[in-house]
Design a protein around this ligand. Structure first.
Ligand code: ADP
Ligand code: MG
Length: 292
């Protein structure tokens, strides 16, 4: 790649909201054939809103929401914001949390008004030996509609669930069609449940879905694809995406993501949507074509 053509591409990229770290990142983007993306915030808007609360054996809904919001005030996760905002909107009394602890990719725990509260996915409940059976059907019903379900346990017993919905970005369907037309495979890797991921992914024509994955799993998915000969771009925004971003042929940090995501990436997109990837890829191919 000639320095001039890279400079031109870098300038054009900046105008289109694509920040290119170096010539190598651009070259690699032109040659990838597979792109791995996160669901929350990349395919979806990343601004979930509360859609429902369900409780077990008469546990009062406002108490459940108040406890959940108390814990989530200590978390920066988009799911936490949805719960805190719902409590504020409903003017629900929010308790005071102590001993707050975040479990990455699983949820949060702590003590609220003297009671031990656990809030998060099925894996978190499993590791605390809290059976989720009483709410399994309710959870599945919501997941099949694309909602994200978080279980709440109080003093070691399942008390209820809170569900949120995070709409697919308006630009996502067209961007996926465009990536397919450019010959790219699109793979989803998400920490959310299989059923939720499928409800979102199947309506978009995603080529493969990996759900319930940890940050380490995300790196492994990238490495496994590379072992089959694929050249892989990974797009993500979170701290939990950083290892996979660093391991991919090219890492793409999405939008105003975590600093560590930006540092691990060869490209940064100012807008967090997939449309930016289409623009970046088109620019990369055009630049490499001119060089040859
Ligand atoms: P993603 O890969 O979509 O960014 P994460 O790895 O951050 O997802 O989280 C995976 C799952 O863990 C979530 O779908 C949720 O069920 C649970 N979880 C993570 N953080 C929180 C939190 N702060 N509050 C409740 N649940 C959480
Ligand atoms: Mg994420």
């Amino acid at each position: 790649a000639t320095p001039i053509s890279i400079m031109v591409a870098t300038g054009r990229g900046a105008q289109a909201g694509v920040l290119i770290r170096n010539a190598e990142a651009l070259e690699r983007l032109a040659s990838v054939n597979t792109i791995v993306v996160d669901k929350t915030g990349t395919l979806t808007e990343g601004k979930p809103t509360l859609t429902g609360i369900e409780t077990v054996s008469g546990f009062p809904e406002p108490v459940l929401l108040g406890m959940a919001a108390a814990l989530e005030s200590g978390s920066e996760h988009p799911l936490a914001e949805a719960i805190v905002k719902a409590a504020r909107d409903r003017k629900t009394p929010v308790g005071k949390a102590v001993d707050f602890q975040a479990v990455t990719g699983q949820g949060v725990k702590g003590t609220v008004d003297g009671r031990a509260v656990l809030l998060g996915n099925a894996r978190l409940m499993e590791s605390a030996n809290v059976p989720v059976k009483p709410l399994r059907d309710a959870a599945d019903r919501r997941r099949s509609k694309g909602e994200t379900v978080m279980f709440v346990a109080v003093d070691g017993t399942l008390a209820g669930l809170v569900a949120v919905s995070d709409p697919v970005r308006e630009t996502t369907p067209a961007a996926i069609d465009a990536l397919h037309a450019l010959g790219l495979k699109v793979v989803m890797a998400t920490g959310d449940s299989q059923a939720t991921a499928e409800a979102v992914g199947s309506q978009l024509g995603i080529d493969a879905i990996h759900a319930g994955v940890t940050p380490e799993d995300k790196s492994r998915i990238v490495a496994d694809l590379q072992k089959t000969g694929a050249r892989v771009a990974m797009a993500g925004d979170g701290v939990n995406d950083a290892p996979a971003l660093a391991g991919a042929d090219v890492g793409i940090a999405m939008g105003a993501g975590a600093d560590v995501a930006v540092e691990s990436a060869g490209l940064t997109l100012m807008t967090g949507d997939l449309g930016g990837i289409v623009r970046a890829r088109t620019l990369a191919t055009a630049t490499m074509r001119n060089i040859r």
